[in-house]
Every structure is written in structure tokens, then in C-alpha cells.
Design a binder for this molecule. Structure first.
Ligand code: SIN
Length: 298
């Protein structure tokens, strides 16, 4: 039986009474899945998982998609991306920065991410938190005129952070090799997206990978996206999660933005990450639209 308690007054749930290393019955998984869609962020502390057990659990949510940054795939299973700031003999042991800016995972793919989950292996005494911003609430609280204005708009996405050129700053997305870049076309998604499971409307990926809006001049589109980002990432929509060792934290990419925070490089932080995609290819029809007025990121 799952016990749930809120992580914050607004959203987020912590579950106890469950051991994810065991094969979960369908009933037990449905309880977890319901808590995940209700809470948007679901934390399940005190777990001890092998790579195979972590991947088996992730598969219950949808098909895992290995990250385009393949240098840090787990040697036992490429569905796990190792996030780590640990360097041994000059060799980074994982991806040190998975995005210290608000973004939505895989919003640069035609079939975006349903859930991302982190399993914490080692955590610093302080810092290394993840921030989550509730995009249902951000959408609900928009003025009616803004809702009407953005309802029909379609944003153009590309791997990266629209505000920062590659390699320029700590908040640039991690650099891709030429081969990795070749796999990253321009993709479109509605700015206001109906959640594929709950049916609720949410602002979708207004920060991070959104570089323009179809049919809108670039400067105007960026100004609108920036206005929406400023609204959507206000403190009142944000939950800060601090990890303990053994936490499994799962978040709903369709209703959240999230951001890593700066970590002291002297304090080891290692987590395994799996991202599962939405099972239905909702983005396919949108991906073939020819974007106009869109500057491709350099
Ligand atoms: C991520 O954005 O996938 C990772 C978040 C974190 O490292 O806190």
C-alpha cells in the first residue's frame, strides 16, 4: 500500500511503503502512476537499485530513450545517462551539467518525454537541488487575453537553450558532437499543450529549447517566449527538491519545466537518469510543418 505526503503546498508527492527493486504488480504500479500524474513530481526515497532494476521500473512508464549525449551512457545499459561531477584521473565520470536553466526534457524531439527519473547514488551535503515549475498553474493563471493569443501558436524547438550560444556559459546546453547535431532537426510543438494523459492544458517548454514561433517574426517570438518564461518560472510555481542518497524522483515533462542548480565541484554528486518518451507519436503531424521566420540556433 502506497503512503503519500505532499512535497509542497502546490504540487509534488513523496511515496513510501514501496520497494522498487521488486517486480511491482499491475495494481501497485497503477497507484504509483496515478500519484505521478497527480503530483507531477513523485519522490520515492530509500531505494537500492541495480541498473537493470531501475530500467525495468522505468519501462513501466513508457519506452526509455537513450540521451543524445552518448559519452556518459551507463556501461550496463545505455538507457541510463550518468549525471556526475566526479572526475577521476582527469576523466569525467558523467555529464556534470544536465541543464542549469529551465527546460523540458526532449522537447526538441518530435515525440517528447513523458517522464524523467533520477536515482541518486551520491549527493552533496548541500546544493545540487532540482527546481520544478508547475506549468498547469502557470497556464491557468494567465490573463484571458494572453490565453486567447497563444492558444493557436506553435513553437519551434531545437536542442539547446535559446538564450545562450553553445559553450558560452554555464547555462548553455551540453555541447553536441557533429554526429549528435546531425540527429537534431527543427521540431514544432503547440505552445499550449493538452496533457496527453490528464487532458489539462499547460504551457509547454516556453523556456529552453523553444527558439521561435511558426509564422511570427523572430524578435517578436522571442519577446513573447521570454514574457511567458518570466511568468511561468515565478517562485510561486516552483518546487525545490533536495536529494538524499537512494531517492528515485520522477517528473512529468508535459506539465513542468525543471532546472538543475549549481553544485560545488568539490562535493560529489552522482545520479542515474532515465527518460521515457510518450508512447503515442503526438508530435509527428506537427513536425512536418515548414517553420517560417525561425532563426536556427548557431
Ligand atoms: C536534468 O535536468 O535532467 C537533471 C536535473 C539535475 O541534475 O538536477
Amino acid at each position: 500500500m502506497l503512503h503519500l505526503k505532499p512535497l509542497s503546498p502546490g504540487f509534488g508527492l513523496e511515496a513510501s511503503g514501496i520497494d522498487l527493486s521488486e517486480r511491482l504488480s499491475d495494481e501497485a504500479f497503477v497507484e504509483i502512476e496515478d500519484a505521478f500524474f497527480d503530483g507531477q513530481v513523485l519522490s520515492i526515497p530509500h531505494q537500492r537499485l541495480t541498473p537493470a532494476e531501475f530500467v525495468a521500473f522505468a519501462r513501466r512508464f513508457g519506452p526509455p530513450e537513450p540521451h543524445v549525449i552518448d559519452q556518459f551512457h551507463h556501461p550496463d545499459d545505455r538507457n541510463i545517462l550518468i549525471l556526475s561531477n566526479v572526475v577521476i584521473d582527469g576523466e569525467p565520470q558523467g555529464l556534470a551539467d544536465a541543464g542549469t536553466y529551465f527546460h523540458t526534457d526532449y522537447s526538441y524531439l518530435d515525440v517528447p518525454a513523458r517522464a524523467t527519473m533520477l536515482y541518486s547514488i551520491e549527493v552533496p551535503e548541500s546544493g545540487g537541488d532540482t527546481l520544478f515549475a508547475n506549468q498547469y498553474a502557470a497556464y491557468d493563471n494567465l490573463p484571458a487575453a494572453m490565453k486567447r493569443k497563444i492558444e493557436p501558436l506553435v513553437a519551434v524547438h531545437h536542442y539547446g537553450n535559446r538564450h545562450v550560444s553553445e559553450g558560452e556559459a554555464r547555462t548553455a546546453a551540453s555541447t553536441l558532437t557533429d554526429d549528435q547535431k546531425a540527429k537534431m532537426p527543427l521540431i514544432t510543438h503547440p505552445l499550449v499543450r493538452r496533457h496527453p494523459v490528464t487532458g489539462r492544458k499547460a504551457l509547454y517548454a516556453v523556456s529552453g529549447s523553444s527558439y521561435g514561433i511558426v509564422g511570427m517574426p523572430h524578435d517578436e517570438a522571442v519577446a513573447l517566449l521570454d514574457e511567458l518564461t518570466a511568468h511561468a518560472t515565478q517562485d510561486k510555481y516552483v518546487l525545490r527538491y533536495s536529494y538524499g542518497v537512494g531517492d528515485v524522483v520522477i517528473w512529468d515533462n508535459a506539465s513542468l519545466l525543471h532546472s538543475a542548480t549549481l553544485t560545488d565541484p568539490e562535493c560529489a554528486r552522482t545520479l542515474w537518469r532515465i527518460t521515457v518518451k510518450e508512447p503515442v507519436p503526438l508530435g509527428h503531424a506537427e513536425a512536418v510543418l515548414a517553420p517560417t521566420f525561425v532563426q536556427r540556433p548557431m
